[in-house]
Design a protein around this ligand. Structure first.
Ligand code: ADP
Length: 145
């Protein structure tokens, strides 16, 4: 196993349970091989016409909510204290890939739903990340409940 300095776990705070198995595996990999965990959530953009109707403080509240949700998940899974939480705005897969490049991430651990009969192999975010990431990507299948 190559040395891991940074392990990125993208988490959609609207569906944090989908990323729990990925987070647990990333935590164990960080313990076994070293490396700092980064929990990243991307807030998808609100269309301009909707944004105009919303209070300016809403964005700040969304960032606060997302940061809190990431920290709660980290505590639930007993992630090391040095884990970082990052909240960004933009298109999820694009921002995940950009962050991975900028932060020289060594491994991305990303969840994807268990494929059913009607599905393609990977969800859209996971598929784009696997296809375009310059680092290794581990896809963790999340079982349907
Ligand atoms: P599926 O779970 O159906 O495979 P996706 O590929 O869209 O669907 O999502 C897979 C994973 O991608 C999520 O479990 C999460 O880890 C990550 N992800 C999706 N949206 C976001 C987001 N907005 N911010 C961070 N990570 C995300």
């Amino acid at each position: 196993m190559p040395k891991l300095e940074t392990i990125l776990v993208p988490i959609d705070v609207a569906q944090p349970e989908a990323a729990e198995a990925a987070l647990a595996l990333a935590r164990d990999a960080a313990k076994a091989y070293g490396g700092q965990l980064v929990l990243l959530s991307v807030l998808a953009p609100v269309p301009g016409y909707v944004k105009a109707q919303l209070p300016a403080s809403l964005h700040e509240q969304s960032v606060e909510f997302a940061t809190g949700a990431l920290k709660k998940l980290a505590a639930k899974h007993e992630v090391e204290e040095d884990a970082k939480t990052v909240v960004l705005d933009g298109h999820p897969s694009t921002r995940i890939l950009e962050y991975a490049g900028e932060a020289s991430v060594d491994l991305i651990v990303i969840a994807s739903h268990d494929p059913g009969m009607a599905d393609l192999f990977l969800g859209s975010t996971a598929a784009r990340v696997v296809r375009h990431a310059h680092c290794s990507v581990l896809v963790v299948r999340a079982k349907r409940k």
